[in-house]
Design a protein around this ligand. Structure first.
Ligand code: FMN
Length: 308
């Protein structure tokens, strides 16, 4: 099968030793992996036929473009949420309750949009638990429930997400928040609680898995954007990866705007080592992985110049 894909319509009679060993390696892989490789080869082939000498980024882009075909099949797609995902629409049982969040944000939206910027300078003052509750609720909390996917009460959140499936989970490294132990937590937006996953001061561990982000050490909290592909793959298949990153952007901007309205410093961080960050937060790196970090907290008085 694989050799036919390498030169469609023209089977290779005598593959080179390298090609023969590559074909043998692919043939010994699980069927799902073989399908993935076939998608990649077909995409590379499309580009070659069009006369391109494609880079990896070109080939991957082509894979995603072709994946729209997955929707226009003759088979009816299920609109029923898989059983294994139902727990995501229910509150977590053993979460630590956050204080009742403030009802509204009083700062005009235009002022917030005008003032928003990345600030990498944090005060020595800790964040209060009330502030953490407000930050999480207004950026990422539940706003309503609606019937969908064969279920009566599917929660809807404060940022748009593909299929309303909320593909980004929010982790929180608590460094300096009054009234809650330092450690790593996950936010449950349905029950508005925090679930502890790791205990202790993680500032040096976070420093170890980031680069050019020394300032992050001083952030009162470090938010960890975790892509949870299981929530969206069942419905969106290959395209889930592409569009769940759009969800992440929407959530990131909410956090920037709510932080600005609270007069908090806030800055996104792409400068982290994938493997190290995934290990630190005990994520498998494939179905769940760190997509972005963000330092947030009360602002220091001296605002540092932006790095070049
Ligand atoms: C996805 C993303 C990743 C970023 N990663 C970093 C980073 O690793 N380190 C950093 O200092 N700033 C980072 N930033 C902040 C940008 O440098 C900043 O948004 C940009 O310079 C524009 O400035 P502004 O946010 O003040 O408008 C990131 C921003 C985004 C949106």
């Amino acid at each position: 099968m694989i050799e036919n894909l390498l030169t469609p319509g023209k089977p290779i009679s005598e593959p080179s030793p390298e090609l023969a060993s590559a074909i043998a390696a692919v043939a010994s892989m699980p069927l799902g992996t073989q399908d993935a490789i076939r998608e990649i080869l077909e995409s590379a082939n499309d580009l070659t036929q069009a006369g391109a000498d494609a880079t990896l980024a070109d080939v991957l882009q082509r894979v995603f473009v072709r994946s729209v075909g997955e929707f226009f099949t003759t088979q009816r797609q299920s609109t029923q949420m898989p059983e294994s995902l139902i727990h995501y629409i229910l509150p977590v049982n053993d979460g630590i309750a956050l204080p009742e969040p403030s009802e509204t944000i009083e700062v005009p939206l235009g002022d917030v949009l005008g003032a928003r910027r990345s600030v990498r300078n944090f005060s020595i003052v800790p964040m209060t638990l009330q502030e953490l509750s407000d930050l999480l609720h207004h950026s990422a909390g539940r706003r309503a429930v609606e019937a969908g996917y064969g279920i009566k009460n599917v929660p809807l959140f404060r940022y748009p997400s593909i299929g309303g499936l909320n593909s980004v989970d929010l982790g929180i490294v608590v460094n300096r928040v009054e009234g809650i132990e330092s450690g790593f937590y996950r936010y449950d937006p349905v029950g508005h609680t925090l679930v502890m996953h790791d205990r202790g001061d993680l500032r040096l561990a976070v420093q170890d898995v980031t680069f050019e982000a020394e300032w992050l050490f001083h952030a009162q909290v470090v938010l960890v954007f975790i892509h949870n592909q299981d929530k969206v793959n069942w419905k969106y298949k290959t395209r889930s990866l592409r569009f769940s990153h759009v969800d992440l952007g929407a959530l990131m901007q909410n956090l920037y705007l709510v932080s600005t309205s609270m007069n908090f410093a806030c800055c996104a961080v792409a400068g982290f080592f994938d493997e190290g960050a995934n290990n630190l937060f005990k994520l498998d790196g494939t179905r769940q992985f760190v997509s972005l970090l963000m330092g947030v907290g009360p602002m220091g008085r001296l605002t540092l110049a932006e790095p070049e």
